[in-house]
Ligand binder design. Structure first.
Ligand SMILES: [Zn+2]
Length: 376
């Protein structure tokens, strides 16, 4: 996301939550704008400290609302059998990262609508709470904060419902087109075009604001528009690649397995016969002919050098292979998330319990190059 690093702040309901560095900028901007501009206008005659506390509380609640929106997407996805790798907050809001795309238009529709639905529901609940507090003569500072959160959640809900892919509304549109046409790629093309169109529209609104009303208040629209337009283009290109890869079984692109490492070998022996001079940094580990693990050069480096002669490969190998094993018929699109550099970066293809081959990023890149060649 925008190339900046993210900081993991913990897990919520088992899902890792990350904050991108770009988010701190927007946090600061919102907090300062509220403290120095919005709240003093809404509520006169309070101390600077009161405004600052209000600003901070509101900004935190604002981002908690965005997290709730993302968690709504995540929960529906998880209920539909899709794994969520993490939720990230960044400068333009939040994103729930799925390990794969939904396989059914129905699930995509419900998953996409859960976010804006939650934001709108939150706005409604907060609105009623604000009215009740006002009637009960609660401190005005509290009512003003809640009123602001109503507007924010309403805006987040409505904005995300704009029917341009990859906004939530665009995903809902894509799901409908997908259901109607039965063609995911075509549906993505139309929904992405709407995304580009909406992006341009937002830029146009900002430009008109400057030209007609001499105001820069809408300049944020231009930034968002430019961002959405770019996302729409990228998302479509990714879908093109993914659709092509959905036709190719891993058996067609796998490389023959590198040397297998017996589980009982010591790290010392392995270093000599495999890592030194070997082309690979990872090797499958076998016990009695079946694959039981995967050993990485990094794992061996984690063990002090003098212990290498006494440490068996099986002690440092990754033995949970549930996510790494695939069959010959598995299509390439399904293994993409697992080849991400942040993941293990390799899948093991097994046939009848025997290792038939391995697939790495390089194999997929080669395939993408080939299919590009076919197209031109
Ligand atoms: Zn959303």
């Amino acid at each position: 996301m925008s190339g900046l690093p993210s900081i993991r702040i913990g897990r919520v309901f088992g899902i890792p939550v990350e904050i991108n560095v770009s988010w701190f900028l927007i946090f600061l901007l919102v907090a300062v704008t509220l403290t120095t501009g919005y709240f003093p206008q809404q509520l006169e005659g309070r101390s600077m400290l009161t405004y600052a506390v209000m600003g901070l509380v509101t900004t935190l609640a604002f981002f908690a609302s965005i997290l709730l929106h993302e968690f709504a997407h995540s929960f529906v996805a998880r209920a539909g059998g899709i794994r969520i790798s993490k939720v990230t907050l960044f400068i333009f809001g939040g994103v729930a990262q799925m390990e794969e795309e939904p396989h059914r238009p129905g699930l995509e529709f419900v998953m996409a609508s859960a976010g804006p639905g939650t934001s709108l529901l939150l706005a409604a609940v907060l609105y009623l709470a604000g009215e009740a507090l006002f009637a009960l003569h609660a401190p005005p500072s509290l009512v003003v904060v809640i009123d602001y959160l109503v507007v924010i959640n309403l805006s987040v809900g409505v904005f995300n419902l704009l029917p341009g892919f990859p906004l939530d509304g665009g995903r809902m549109l894509r799901a409908i087109l997908w259901r109607m046409s039965g063609d995911l790629l075509k549906a993505t093309r139309w929904a992405s075009r709407m995304g580009q169109f909406i992006g341009m529209g937002l830029i146009a609104v900002a430009v008109l604001g400057v030209l007609l009303f001499q105001t820069f208040d809408l300049i944020w629209f231009a930034v968002m528009g430019w961002f959405i337009s770019g996302l729409a283009t990228t998302a479509y290109q990714q879908q093109v690649v993914r659709s092509r890869l959905a036709d190719v079984p891993v058996a067609r692109i796998m490389s023959s397995p590198p040397m297998l490492v017996p589980a009982e070998l010591t790290l010392e022996e392995m270093a000599h016969s495999y890592f030194l001079g070997g082309r690979h940094t990872r090797y499958p580990v076998i016990t009695d002919g079946t694959v039981t693990g995967l050993v990485d050069i990094k794992a061996a480096q984690g063990v002090p050098r003098e212990k290498w002669p006494y440490t068996a490969v099986s002690e440092v190998a990754r033995t949970d292979l549930s996510e790494l094993l695939v069959t010959l018929e598995t299509t390439v699109d399904l293994i993409l998330p697992r080849l991400d550099p942040s993941q293990v970066g390799v899948v093991l293809v097994v046939d009848d319990g025997r290792l038939a081959g391995i697939v790495t990023r390089a194999d997929v890149i080669r395939l993408i190059r080939e299919t590009d060649g076919d197209a031109t």
